[in-house]
Design a protein around this ligand. Structure first.
Ligand code: ARG
Length: 596
């Protein structure tokens, strides 16, 4: 697609280090000492090398002498405006403006903004979402969807083959509960007639909203009524054993719920390649169980089939992984293991990533160990658990509705959108027909950025007030910055002017240079963020970038500049800033409107 030969993909810090290495070598010092880092004293320099201090031991010389001779070799280099040795032996570096501008021009000309794709692309399955069929989506599923979607997008951007799977909870007690409740309400339905052999109706005997009422009612009853609960357990077992009428009802429940789930995920800009669930793993269980038994991995313990997964180095007790209960029923472990078997068969992934509530960590420790031990996966198949913390309300307790109930996702989104709509129409003059759509886009950025800007494993407070603010470290602030840039660019275009490639010139002031330095860091952000499965790194980068842009913007009259070359350079710089910001928000899973 793009011309590889022209791609300049080296990170700017690598380019700098290369030159510093040469300088060390030219001074007869080992180049391994030439490690360059981003300066921790931006008031003094932009990059620094502390290698002279380490080299001092080896060469039995004062560090400042070493630093001095290295720095001498760096004078007149086209890369540095200033290379200075400072006591006791620091090497402080400032980039030449033209060099920095050149780097950005190459970036702008590159389709991937100089981000290098993985040399050995991996096949990765990412298991996220995890909604339970027939139960409405609630905020607990929000984090998995948001974080998982972002990790998926990062992986793809870096050239990996990433397959997103929703892994529905579609095989558990909730199904038996619905069937039981339905059998009470409409006992004459053909699904309950065991002697019936004909075809079942195409149309489901309930709607989504009915389903959403049936489940909680049944669940409530089962908590109070032991006999009712046993009936539901029995119905679950019958379903899993393949009773025709129940399977047909199950199909209906699936169709109705999945249609609704898809609609809701689409609102979040979250989508899945695989709409499989626990039920799909069922077919893999018998052979897997035989295999585990025959190869001596699993044994009977008080009637239950288990696999030991504890390890010598454990500091806390890891109980055995239970594969079958004494009544032969399968468990959460079993479907997850069978799903691993299925995924290995279908995709042979190099890695499977699970984005699930961190309270499920023990479950995944057991499943992963069992899969490795029993060789259900290859030796180098990586199994990764991204455990996320709880989304809390302002009171520090798990997020609830004002009335104290479980917050449904739909309602949460509607509330945010309403808030955004108010803000947008109060402050700005966007025409009404656009305001609603804009409110949805900005609202989504508020929700997603509010979540993703925190380290995933931490709990965080869902604060509508703060998340929807146009100021501070928020999604709307980032979008506002992008919209500001878009507006300048379109006004420039309306003036009939256009710019050529490679037009960015050396910075004319400190704030412009600071912006350019932030931009040049872009290609060193994405790969580590993906390796660490840490979208919050992208958030903190774009927050810095947006701040750098806004400082520059406030100090610079761009469109009224009379020097056309200067103006053209700034327009290019803005174009690049916009591209970087838009790429990043796409990786986070939201978009910017044209106006707001
Ligand atoms: N359905 C589960 C829940 O709501 C989450 C599923 C997570 N994924 C998995 N492979 N176990 O708790």
């Amino acid at each position: 697609k793009w011309k590889w030969s022209n791609r300049q993909m080296k990170k700017i810090i690598e380019k700098i280090e290369e030159v510093v290495k040469e300088a060390f070598a030219a001074s007869e010092y080992d180049e391994k000492f030439a490690k360059v880092t981003v300066s921790n004293r931006p008031d003094l320099c932009e990059y620094q090398c502390n290698g002279a201090m380490a080299a001092a031991n080896t060469y039995k010389k004062a560090p400042i002498m070493i630093a001095n001779s290295v720095v001498e070799k760096l004078q007149d280099n086209e890369m540095f405006e200033n290379a200075e040795a400072v006591n006791p032996g620091f090497i402080n570096l400032k980039l030449k403006k033209e060099f920095l501008a050149g780097y950005l021009n190459d970036m702008l000309a590159d389709e991937k903004l100089s981000v290098e794709e993985a040399k050995n692309p991996k096949t990765i399955v990412i298991d996220y979402g995890g909604p339970n069929v027939a139960k409405p989506l609630h905020v607990g599923h929000l984090r998995s969807a948001i974080i998982g979607e972002s990790i998926k997008r990062m992986g793809r951007f870096l050239g990996h083959k990433v397959i997103g799977g929703v892994h529905l909870g579609d095989w558990g007690l909730q199904m038996g509960l619905i069937i039981t409740e339905l059998s009470k309400r409409q006992p004459d339905l053909v699904y309950f007639d065991e002697s019936y052999e004909g075809e079942y109706p195409k149309e489901a005997p309930f709607t989504v909203s009915e389903l959403e009422e049936i489940y909680p009612t049944a669940s409530g009853k089962s908590k109070e009524d032991e006999a009712y609960k046993n009936e539901a357990l029995e119905a679950t077992l019958q379903l899993q054993k393949g009773r025709r009428g129940y399977r047909a009802l199950w199909q209906h429940i699936m169709e109705v719920s999945v249609t609704d789930l898809k609609k809701n995920y689409a609102k979040l800009k979250v989508d899945f390649d695989l709409w499989k669930g626990e039920a799909d793993a069922d077919a893999y269980i018998p052979a897997m169980v035989d295999y585990l038994k025959e190869n001596g991995y699993a044994y009977l313990d008080q009637g239950a089939l288990v696999v030991d997964v504890k390890e010598e180095t454990d500091t806390k007790e890891i109980p055995p992984c239970m594969i079958l209960k004494s009544d032969g029923a399968s468990l959460y472990n079993t479907t997850d293991l069978a799903t691993i078997v299925q995924r290995m068969e279908d995709y042979k992934p190099d890695e499977i990533i699970y984005v699930v509530d961190k309270r499920q960590e023990l479950h995944f420790v057991q499943v992963f160990r069992c899969a490795k031990k029993a060789k259900l996966v290859d030796e180098n198949t990586q199994l990764s658990f991204v455990g996320f913390g709880t989304m809390n309300g302002k009171d520090g307790k798990p997020f609830k509705t004002r009335e104290g109930g479980v917050m449904r996702l739909e309602r949460l989104i509607a509330e945010i959108n309403e808030e955004m709509f108010k803000k947008i129409t109060e402050n700005r003059s966007v025409k009404d027909e656009n305001a609603e759509k804009t409110a949805q886009m900005v609202g989504l950025s508020a929700i997603k950025y509010g979540d993703l800007s925190n380290q995933a494993s931490k709990d965080y407070i869902f604060d509508i007030e703060r998340f929807t603010s146009f100021e501070g470290n928020t999604g709307p602030y980032i979008l506002y910055t992008i919209v500001r840039i878009k507006s300048i660019l379109s006004r420039y275009a309306e003036s009939g002017k256009s710019v050529d490639e490679k037009t960015i010139r050396g910075a004319v002031n400190d704030s412009e240079k600071a912006l350019m330095l932030e931009l040049s860091r872009f290609n060193s952000i994405i790969a580590p963020a993906f390796e660490e499965k840490a979208p919050h790194r992208i958030c903190s980068y774009i927050y810095d970038l947006a701040n750098a842009f806004n400082s520059f913007y406030h100090e610079t009259k761009i469109l009224s500049e009379e020097d056309e070359e200067k103006k053209a350079s700034w327009i290019c710089l803005l174009t690049l800033t916009e591209k970087v910001l838009e790429t990043c928000i796409d990786l986070l899973g939201f978009d910017a409107p044209d106006r707001m």
